[in-house]
Write a protein that binds this ligand. Structure first.
Ligand code: JHZ
Length: 395
């Protein structure tokens, strides 16, 4: 029998993203794993080979806050406005984080699911009904004991983080009203391949979905995608609108439009992924040579946005604390800690001009527009950024 799953990209030994190191733990051995990306030619799923339990990744020390970026706040506010127009009785969000989305609704109308207790506390304090638990059929049943079925289920950048997709969709079927809709936003595999953003792969991103793969995973549970919105957020994401098969909501043209784009690009063929892997090797060498040159000429380089994504880049390309002086990041829970693997200090954001920076590595490249807007003065004064997408260069 021919192999169904093929490994096509090896991103080397990696620490767990989001496991920022405290100063006192700097000499402790970090947990590492081999980051290998695979393609399943049967169901078209692209996934990472070695996975960790949800408890290992999403716990009481989770540092990421959705609300730290204005782009994200505005993006979710706009969607909330759209949903409000449909007058739903109840909206449930899987992975509600610090409430960036649910805060746009009346407290009585929302249910948030957020397993990271330190983050869940934020919405609980504001009196939003949130469960500090992992999404599962049992949780769906538990919620249903106290509530009616829900009209809208939303999940942004969370479903791709859960290994057992069958359980995810079973739970959806339990609690979603037959006439309700399920909306998912996750990074687009098509955009990831087009932009060479291999940093979309790390331990939390178990899957990077295409329409072709997601449709197969949903079909087993009598769920189907009836509309797709291509979004700019997070470097290119898709918003999938999903319904129960028996719900006769009309299909939108966008489904076929997007499907054809994926097929035309070759997302259903292994060869496309093998070509992608070749580009990524080239990208690594190019980025490393930029950093080596900066080091050679004693340039001051800092990182902007200590993202989970940049953990993959820095560790894969061997860019360490001799090449990047420090990172700046607006997230309080990341500040005064060190980046996983590469041990680069993360500082509170400060003015790039006062810091006399030569080059800024854009870790949060997905918020380039927002950051370039903020850093107009630095740019006007000749300040330069180092980016890795679509290919490494100084801009
Ligand atoms: P950002 C996280 O990934 C983890 P990360 C997770 N797995 C996921 O899928 C995505 O989020 C959605 C900082 N920043 O959103 C804030 C500034 O300092 O790209 C954040 O630390 N100044 C759940 O970490 C980071 O950059 C700024 O002006 O890859 C952005 O992280 C801006 C705009 C951001 O996600």
């Amino acid at each position: 029998m021919k192999k169904k799953i093929t490994e096509f990209l090896d991103l080397g030994n990696q620490p767990l993203a989001n496991s920022y190191i405290k100063r006192k733990d700097l000499s402790k051995k970090e947990r590492k794993y081999r980051l290998i990306v695979c393609f399943n030619k049967d169901n078209k799923l692209v996934s990472i080979k070695k996975t960790f339990s949800s408890k290992d990744m999403f716990n009481n020390e989770y540092p990421y806050r959705s609300s730290t970026s204005k782009t994200m706040r505005v993006h979710l506010e706009k969607l909330a406005k759209k949903i409000k127009k449909t007058k739903p009785q109840k909206i449930l969000e899987i992975g509600s984080n610090d409430g960036c989305f649910i805060k746009n609704f009346d407290k009585r109308k929302t249910i948030g699911i957020e397993p990271c207790a330190n983050v869940e506390k934020i919405t609980k304090k504001l009196k939003y009904n949130t469960y500090p638990e992992y999404w599962s059929p049992n949780l769906a049943k538990k919620i249903l004991k106290k509530n009616n079925k829900v009209n809208v289920i939303f999940s942004s950048n969370t479903i791709s983080h859960i290994k057992n997709l069958d359980d995810v969709f079973r739970a959806i079927n339990i609690i979603l009203d037959d006439k309700g809709i399920f909306i998912i936003e996750d990074p687009s595999l098509l955009e990831c391949l087009k932009k060479n953003t291999y940093d979309q792969f790390y331990n939390e991103h178990i899957y990077v979905f295409s329409y072709l793969s997601l449709k197969n995973a949903l079909k087993k549970h009598n769920l189907e995608i009836f509309k797709i919105e291509e979004l700019k957020i997070h470097g290119g994401s898709n918003r999938y609108y999903i319904k129960k098969i028996n719900n006769n909501i009309k299909f939108h043209n966008s489904v076929n439009y997007h499907k054809n784009k994926e097929i035309k690009y070759g997302l259903n063929h292994l060869n496309t992924y093998i070509k992608f892997a070749k580009r990524i090797k080239y990208s690594r060498n190019k980025l490393l040579s930029i950093f080596e040159n900066c080091k050679k000429y004693n340039k001051k380089v800092i990182g902007y946005g200590a993202t989970a994504k940049s953990v993959t880049i820095l560790n894969y390309c061997n860019i360490d604390n001799t090449m990047i002086n420090y990172f700046v990041d607006t997230t309080p829970d990341k500040q005064n800690k060190y980046t996983p693997g590469t041990k680069i200090l993360i500082k509170k954001y400060s003015n790039l001009i006062d810091d006399k920076v030569d080059y800024v590595f854009l870790g949060a490249w997905n918020f380039k527009k927002e950051i370039f807007n903020k850093e107009k003065k630095y740019i006007k004064n000749g300040g330069k950024f180092i980016v890795h997408t679509p290919l490494p260069k100084i801009i």
